[in-house]
Design a binder for this molecule. Structure first.
Ligand SMILES: *[C@@H]1O[C@H](CO)[C@@H](O)[C@H](O)[C@H]1NC(C)=O
Length: 307
């Protein structure tokens, strides 16, 4: 019957079209490094005030296995003075959220002073509460990345962990970070590259389909490429590491829990306490692939002494 054939063809077309729409990322912004109007993108930075930062299935916690040792390595390497400087350094976490990265860093640098700053009051309260329970002495302050509430040349190191891809004015945040860093201070970061890979994995699969990432947590158009970040860092007087030195992050998928989950044995597998997500996607590791999450560092250029 021709009617059925027409209908089948139509259904096929619709299916192909929706698959294409699902796979194709939106058009990129004309300039990611310009000031981006709030209503130009679909991102909700307000939900963090009530966000359950320390939930067992919080994906951000999984990244720590890869990024924290790398950050610590950069800071230790770059900040160790030629004479084995003994003083205790101070570090700033910009956009510290609930303190997932801050706490892990503070544990790795027992002698250092750590300060976390975040625009979201709810997140700061959650971070303060968790630090207390963890017995960690971290100072958390409510404040914007665009106008950091610290005097110039205060910190030896600064970090933006999963923060840059949420910012509407990246150059302004970077110049603020450069301002509060001491000359020679080291900025470390991890963020997400703007690729088809990250569109599919972070936005379509993790955010829209599986809801591992909260709805409207990311707008892909705000993701930043390593080349864009390289330029923005230089303009902020932060000398970035070589692009070739930048490393990517990927999860190691745990096969055993995956099979257990498929066989319906998840709840007896002892993975319950760690959360299903943490069990399936085991600790993240460093890779050479920068198509998704990647890490890098930059050093504040020494101020030129007047002659
Ligand atoms: C990062 O994203 C840019 C823009 O899509 C792309 O040109 C570049 O190849 C990406 N880098 C990697 C290593 O995938």
């Amino acid at each position: 019957m021709p009617a059925t054939r027409v209908l089948t063809a139509l259904a096929g077309c619709l299916l192909t079209l929706s698959a294409a729409l699902f796979l194709v990322p939106p058009r990129a912004l004309p300039d990611r490094l310009a000031v981006i109007a709030e209503d130009a993108v679909r991102i909700d930075n307000d939900f963090y005030s009530t966000h359950d930062w320390w939930h067992v299935d919080q994906p951000l916690r999984l990244f720590n296995a890869a990024r924290i040792p790398w950050f610590v390595q950069q800071w230790s390497h770059k900040l160790s003075g030629p004479s084995g400087d003994e003083r205790s350094p101070t570090f700033l976490d910009v956009g510290s959220g609930g303190g997932i990265a801050t706490e892990a860093l503070a544990r790795s640098f027992a002698s250092a002073r750590f300060v976390g700053v975040d625009l979201s009051e709810g997140s700061i309260v959650a971070a303060q509460r968790h630090a207390k329970v963890s017995g960690l002495d971290i100072e958390y302050i409510v404040g914007p990345a665009y106008d950091l509430p610290f005097s110039s040349a205060t910190f030896d190191g600064a970090v933006c962990s999963d923060v840059l891809e949420h910012l509407h004015d990246v150059p302004r945040a970077l110049s603020e970070i450069a301002r509060v860093l001491k000359p020679g201070g080291v900025f470390v970061f991890d963020t997400i590259n703007r690729t088809r890979f990250s569109w599919l994995l972070v936005v379509r699969i993790a955010q829209d389909l599986l809801h591992i990432v909260p709805h409207a947590a990311h707008d892909w158009r705000l993701f930043i490429t390593p080349a864009e970040l390289d330029l923005a860092l230089r303009q902020a007087n932060l000398v970035p590491c070589d692009l070739a030195e930048i490393v990517g992050m990927r999860p190691t998928v745990q096969l055993r829990p995956l099979f257990d989950a498929i066989l319906g044995k998840y709840w007896t597998g002892g993975t319950r306490e760690r959360g299903l997500l943490a069990s399936l996607l085991g600790p993240w590791t460093l890779t050479a692939h920068q198509g998704g999450s990647y890490l890098g560092h930059a050093t504040k250029a020494p101020v030129e002494e007047p002659h």
